[in-house]
Design a protein around this ligand. Sequence first.
Ligand SMILES: [Mg+2]
Length: 252
Amino acid sequence: MLADPLLPFRDQPATSAILLDVDGTLAPIAAHPALSLVPPPTLAIVARLVERFVVVACVSGRSAREAARLVPVAGVGFIGNHGLEALEGERLRYADGVEAWLPIVSAAAQAVTPIASEVGAWVEDKGATLSIHLREAPDPAAARAVLVARAAPLIVAAGLRWRLGRMTLEARPPIAADKGTAIAALLGRHAEVRRSLYAGDDLTDLDGFRVVDVAVAVGSDETPPELLSAASLVVSGTTGLVDLLVSLTDSG
Ligand SMILES: [Mg+2]
């Protein structure tokens, strides 16, 4: 029988880090990001994790401030915009080079808005990145194809990079920072950390999976197969993740 990869986390929380994506991981997927909510019992479990583990942080594609609004738990760290920014107390810190791109991201968000509107998608300007959301489009697959054909070239012309998520097209500056580099930097500031766990549900979470010891995929019928194959553990939906987090708060 294989050893339980969570056992060392349970036994030695003072040297263990717990890193969590927000949407689709702590918060069930909602039709619109503004409707997303982390259920209060989940927030209570996160608070228990903070009491026990040396590092607990949320690592989100949302802006760090938005992630902090969704997870209002003292002691949690926040990495936002897929690793391009972090909230340290009240201070927002951008990864190196990001600030010069803020006006370019904002202009690109405006440039792609008419195309997104045509197909029933909408654009979220998140400061350091932008997201085009497809979930509410009448035909998300067709909308995605139009955006790839017509919005992506505008994004590229602005000097930005783009990639597809489950129901999004994301654009960001060409800066070598992602969820993985941001997690690695965070862990690098905590010399006492001996092991780390990251849980996520989408393609950008693969970057996080690469730098931790235990990668947890939050599975659903939308889960990208790449995520499942890269994971050390797969849980069933946000409720499955809650069960896993509860098990981490039980001392061995
Ligand atoms: Mg997610």
